[in-house]
Structure formats: structure tokens, C-alpha cells
Ligand binder design. Structure first.
Ligand code: ADP
Length: 394
């Protein structure tokens, strides 16, 4: 059988990110983005090898964008497209793994919308459009939450009245599971260990950030909770704050829930602290020039990350290594170095030269000799989604 092709789709409210993954090739054979969907400026961008193209698709919705995209994917795949893998943010407790999409699973995903009101309805738009357009193709949903369904109860329950959990699903779910699982597997492979018999701490640091403790191939704790706001400082999200902040702002400033939500999700984090940017590259440059807000934002980001990793270590009985991934984790030697300054009690120590030399896009070991492993592993959520889709095809 020749190597199979899977189209991976990640739908947002006004965008579709996509990648065509061939199981035998490292690089995506096609990747791109349809953006500003539903507006006159809707446009489809795609890249095949070095060649980049764009097509104006004025006024196109998700379905129309997919109907433009699919023939391109079919052509690049030489007419051999074997399935579509959809990223879905929230699988609640119903989905401990990927699932084939049919009317029953679609209905279950629809029901989870209250847990992820911004994400699941957007993911569903893409799924429903793709299923209508390509009823003959196998379609699979891969959930950000699924990997964390193995958290023990003492890690996923909040200290709230039980009815909140039993009747309203209020518990910690965790996100970025596809990335944590992918880099954990890659790390084990790189070190000649079995994923199912090794233990890892992972820091996924992109625009959203989370930590995870993996033991014997299973997620045992993670920093995000009911929603992706809990935990670390992120690009524009605050991470943990005192839960009384809501009532405090409502009482003292008369703010509405929507205003507080917007501030915590879109105006906080690195952006709020620095007063400058949510982008770590910009902040590192500003810090070089003595910008106090950028300096503080990086200090808080790294300290809170170290605190979270130390907390995650409670879930493990041994440590085979600490993994950095995501745009910041893979590229910022400064963040890695500042974070590890706070983690000396865990015995972790960087080889500063290896940390600074670490080549882009390649897995590397950056720990000092004689100390626990510290690895930089590029994440590849699209590839993991394609692998999960292929596993269900098999
Ligand atoms: P997303 O979560 O949207 O997939 P990414 O994983 O691409 O995001 O991460 C985006 C973050 O990575 C941004 O804060 C960006 O500044 C940061 N980043 C990318 N390259 C570098 C770099 N060379 N140095 C520091 N930060 C970087």
C-alpha cells in the first residue's frame, strides 16, 4: 500500500487552518489558511513546497472555503486523499480518545458547546461542512482534552460542592493534549525509552501555554482547567488569578461579566503586564533596550512557569526529562534559562551553550552533564492528528 494522505483541519470562528499530511513524509505536502471567512475580504492562502498561492473567496463561509480547498488538496494528494482529521477543542468526559465522526458523535460534540462556547461551535462548522461536501471520506475528531482524561480524581476535581461536578461538569479538563502527547512520545523515542514506561514534565508555550505531567504514557496532571484560562501566564490570557477578582471588579468598578472575561482573556498575560505586546520576540527585543514592562512580563512569565512545573512534579515518581515546546518553548533560550533559575531544587541545570545554540526545528538536549534531561522538542499537532486519523482508519 502506498503512503496515505490525511487532510487536517482546524476551524476557528472565521478561519480554517489546514495541512495535508503524508504518512511517509516529514514535511507537510500542502498547508495553508482560509481567513476572514464570512466577510468580503475572505481569502485562501496555501503553500506547496516553496510555492505560495492565494485566492480571493469574497464572502465565502466555511463550506464554500472548504469547497475551494478540497480540490487543491485532492490534486496535491494525486487524487489519493484517505481521510480528514478535525481538531476539536473540547471532548468533555465523553471522548477519552479520537473518534470517527457520524451523527451520534456529532450530537455528543454539539452537546459540549456550553463548555467551550468559543471553540466547539467553530470546530463544528468545519466538520459539518466537510461531512456534507465529502460524505465518502472517513472523518475523525481529535480532541485537545482527550489525553487528560487519565488525570486522577484528586487532580481534576475543584474543591467545590459536588453538585457542581456531577450536574454541571465543573472540573479540570486540560487542553493542548495532542501536543503534550506528541512531544512526550518524541522525547521517549529520542532517548531510547518506551513512552509507556517513562515520566516527563512538559511546558507547551505558544500563544496559549500549559504544563503537563506524563507518567507511563498517561497525563497525570496539567495546568489548564475547566477552560484554557487557568494556569500559566499566556500571550493575552492572565492564567491563575484570585477567583474573587470577578466579584471585586463587579463591586468596585461596576464591570459586567463580559468586560471581565474580555480583560482576562484578551488584554492580560504578557500583553497586559508589558503594556506592549503579546509576542515574546517583541518583548525580548524591548527588554534588551531596557523596557520595564517587557522585563517584568518575562520575569513573571518564567517564575509562574517554574512554579507550575514544580507543582506538576508532585504527580510523578521519577523524572526522565523536562520538555520545552511551542513557539516560545522551542525558540526562546532566555525563557528556558530564566525558568530553570527557579528550579534548582529539582536538580535541573542547563548547559547554557547548548541552550543558546539549540537549532530551530530540531529536537535537542540542553541539560548540563550529570543532571536530569532537559529537551527542546518541536511540536507537530497536525501530524499527531493525522496519525490518530490513520489509526482509526486501520
Ligand atoms: P500558537 O499557540 O498560536 O500555535 P506558537 O506556538 O506559534 O503559537 O507560538 C507563538 C509564540 O512564539 C509568540 O509569542 C512568538 O513570539 C513566540 N516565538 C516565535 N519565535 C520566537 C523566537 N525566535 N524567540 C522568542 N519567541 C518566539
Amino acid at each position: 500500500m502506498s503512503a496515505r494522505n490525511i487532510l487536517v483541519i482546524n476551524c476557528g470562528s472565521s478561519s480554517i487552518k489546514f495541512a495535508l499530511v503524508n504518512e511517509a513524509q516529514e514535511e507537510f505536502t500542502l498547508s495553508g489558511l482560509a481567513e476572514r471567512l464570512g466577510s468580503p475580504e475572505a481569502v485562501l492562502h496555501w503553500q506547496q513546497g516553496e510555492q505560495r498561492d492565494s485566492q480571493v473567496i469574497a464572502g465565502a463561509n466555511h463550506r464554500q472555503a472548504l469547497s475551494h480547498l478540497l480540490p487543491i488538496a485532492q490534486r496535491v494528494a494525486g487524487g489519493q486523499l484517505h481521510g480528514i482529521g478535525h481538531r476539536v477543542v473540547h471532548g468533555g468526559e465523553d471522548f477519552p480518545g479520537a473518534c470517527r465522526l457520524d451523527e451520534v458523535s456529532l450530537q455528543a460534540i454539539r452537546k459540549l458547546a456550553p463548555l467551550a462556547p468559543l471553540h466547539n461551535p467553530a470546530n463544528l462548522l468545519g466538520i459539518e461542512a466537510a461531512m456534507k461536501l465529502f460524505p465518502q471520506l472517513v472523518q475523525v475528531a481529535v480532541f485537545d482534552t482527550a489525553f487528560h482524561q487519565t488525570l486522577p480524581e484528586h487532580a481534576y476535581r475543584y474543591a467545590l460542592p459536588e453538585v457542581m461536578y456531577r450536574e454541571h461538569g465543573v472540573r479540570r479538563y486540560g487542553f493542548h493534549g495532542t501536543s503534550h502527547r506528541y512531544v512526550g512520545q518524541q522525547a521517549a523515542h529520542l532517548c531510547g525509552l518506551s513512552f509507556s514506561a517513562s515520566s516527563w514534565l512538559v511546558a507547551h508555550l505558544g500563544n496559549g501555554c500549559s504544563t503537563c505531567a506524563i507518567e507511563n504514557g498517561l497525563s497525570r496532571d496539567t495546568s489548564m482547567g475547566l477552560t484554557p484560562l487557568e494556569g500559566l501566564v499566556m500571550g493575552t490570557r492572565s492564567g491563575d488569578v484570585d477567583p474573587n477578582l470577578y466579584s471585586h471588579l463587579a463591586r468596585t468598578l461596576g464591570w459586567s461579566l463580559e468586560q471581565i472575561d474580555a480583560m482576562l482573556n484578551r488584554e492580560s498575560g504578557l500583553f497586559g503586564l508589558s503594556g506592549l505586546s503579546n509576542d515574546m520576540r517583541t518583548l525580548e527585543q524591548a527588554r534588551e533596550q531596557g523596557h520595564p514592562g517587557a522585563t517584568l512580563a518575562i520575569e513573571v512569565f518564567c517564575y509562574r512557569l517554574a512554579k507550575s512545573l514544580a507543582a506538576m512534579s508532585c504527580a510523578l515518581r521519577q523524572l526522565d526529562g523536562l520538555i520545552f515546546t511551542g513557539g516560545i518553548g522551542e525558540n526562546s533560550a532566555l525563557v528556558r534559562s530564566k525558568t530553570l533559575e527557579h528550579l534548582t531544587l529539582l536538580g535541573l541545570k542547563l548547559d547554557e551553550q547548548a541552550n543558546c545554540r539549540c537549532p530551530r526545528g530540531v529536537a535537542s538536549a540542553i541539560h548540563a552533564e550529570g543532571h536530569p534531561r532537559i529537551l527542546v522538542i518541536p511540536t507537530n499537532e497536525e501530524r499527531q492528528i493525522a496519525l490518530d486519523t490513520l489509526a482509526l482508519l486501520d
